[in-house]
Design a protein around this ligand. Structure first.
Ligand code: 8YV
Length: 329
């Protein structure tokens, strides 16, 4: 019997956290595995026209040039909540549905954010290296004191799903909290600050949890860092592009701000040597959602989106159309 299943182009192997995830895809689709092809370009030329669904991730992207190689594409299913690497406007303009994996990672990203807050203020990374390097016995007096976490003022840039989960965890630390968004939320009691510079000036710890993409590029610039000030701490779990990395390195090196905790970088996986050389920054390899439970939920949701499209012609968790018309600035 001929294979009448629709064709799904997979840009990545699904993380091996759910044993039946790939089988579930193959039950519904004829799967083209781009990473296994000897000549990926040839595969695209030979089979591009057949592809109805594209499975990608926040890392593997789906730019306009790729979308244009797939003239019969109807749906993009992306693993990850961020869609800044997907040309949403282009996809929607061509009637292509786009789905991401929202919500299932909020808790783990928020947990890691607090891990970064704690390890940055308490100097835990530095102290851990100190023990491993055998310095405890002889050089304890040289270990700098950390900063108290409890009772600090917390500013959140981007009180979306992740920002909210970060905020909810602040009460245990008796923190006063304000946030900056494109517009105030009417479902929270925290103070809205329409002026990002004023928020940075007010807070001790500035957490960046906003979306990536052109509209937030270098939102955290030299002026924001100056407002945060020499006692201030920056935490970024959003996208590297949101922070002007050059300005941040300068600010950390010259004491314009006290410290930073970063899970994301401008040119991942490249981390500038100048950042690695600084002791007042905690560096993580983009692991905020990297727990077994959350990755299982993310893989399950990306497969559910593909299954839902095969069943009903509709993805389950679409990226809203409005995401395409956000204006820069
Ligand atoms: C993942 C992320 O590491 O969801 C996102 O947008 O940045 C991370 O949770 C990544 O998406 C894995 O594909």
């Amino acid at each position: 019997m001929p294979d009448t299943k629709p064709t799904l182009l997979q840009l990545l192997a699904l993380p091996k956290v759910l044993p039946d995830a790939q089988q579930r895809l193959e039950k519904r689709y004829h799967c083209l595995k781009l990473w296994e092809a000897d000549d990926p370009n040839q595969l695209m030329r030979d089979h591009g026209e057949e592809v109805e669904v594209l499975l990608t991730s926040a890392f593997h992207a789906a730019r306009a040039a790729l979308i244009d190689q797939l003239p019969n594409l109807k749906a993009i299913c992306s693993l990850g909540v961020g869609y800044d690497s997907i040309d949403i406007g282009h996809a929607h303009a061509h009637g292509i549905q786009v789905s991401n994996t929202p919500d299932v990672l909020n808790d783990c990203v928020a947990d890691l954010t607090w891990g970064l807050i704690l390890s940055t203020l308490r100097g835990m990374g530095h102290a851990e290296r100190f023990v491993r390097e055998g310095k405890w016995e002889s050089q304890l007096a040289t270990l700098p004191l950390g900063r108290r976490v409890t009772g600090k003022r917390l500013g959140i840039v981007g009180l979306g799903r992740v920002g909210l989960a970060v905020a909810q965890r602040a009460s245990g630390f008796e923190m006063d909290l304000r946030y900056h968004n494109r517009r105030p939320r009417n479902d929270v009691a925290w103070t809205y600050e329409s002026d990002l510079l004023a928020l940075a000036d007010w807070c001790d710890i500035l957490v960046v949890a906003t979306v990536g993409g052109p509209e937030t590029r270098h939102l955290i610039n030299q002026r924001v860092l100056e407002s945060l000030g020499p006692e201030g701490v920056l935490i970024n779990v959003a996208r590297g592009s949101v922070v002007d990395e050059k300005a941040l390195i300068e600010a950390l090196a010259h004491g314009t701000i006290a410290a930073a905790g970063l899970d994301v970088f401008e040119s991942e996986p490249h981390v500038p040597e100048a950042l690695k050389a600084l002791d007042n920054v905690v560096l993580m390899p983009h692991i905020a959602s990297a727990t077994l439970e959350t990755r299982q939920a993310m893989v399950n949701l990306v497969v559910e989106n593909a299954e839902s499209y095969a069943r009903s012609g509709k993805v389950l968790t679409p990226v809203p159309q409005a995401a395409a018309i956000k204006k820069p600035g």
